[in-house]
Design a protein. Sequence first.
Length: 226
Amino acid sequence: MWNSEKWPIQDPTKLQLFSLNTPNGIKASTMLEETGLPYEAHRVNILEDVQFRDDYKKLNPNSKIPALLDPTGADGQPLAIMESGAILIHLAEKSGKLMPRDARGRSECLQWLFMQVGHVGPMFGQFGHFYKYAKDKCDHPYPVERYANETRRLFGVLNMRLADHEFLAGEYSIADVATWPWVAGIRDHYAAFEYLGADEHTHLMRWLGQCEERPASQRGREVCPL
């Protein structure tokens, strides 16, 4: 099985998480805490570019976090998994938790999971980049305006869904686990709730509070701290 001097594995029978508590990292650690599956956490400090090491790229060829190494995989053999959405699905199927088993419920859950992966994460991330990190590098307001407007639009989509649903796909699921860290990140990391008018989306704010109150969410966001 894979091993590394940088991130030595202590118990090869446990799931191995390689992460940092960014929104995508928090998704994986929170799901592990929700499932109760035994795991070891390895801090991958992407600010130091360690994700570009050859040993890490064997886990994630795209040099991103998180990555998960399952010693028994789906067929009894070690399996490395990249992409946070794929990790959530794998853990849901492995544990039998946080994904509906009926066809309709599973479909709705996966739709909202992929909504986060394809829209919420990329757009919120681009907004944060231009709003916080590239303010002094752009002499035109267009990048911030473009991604701020798209972030506001997505807040509205989520708020409308949550107006008549307690959670995104029925009961609390991997769709929620995937999404709440990104909404929280707009508040905590980019300090942009006021700028974006987030508090106007009352159903979204109610849902975010419920997600953050979960003990697994509170534990998960402390794993592999920045």
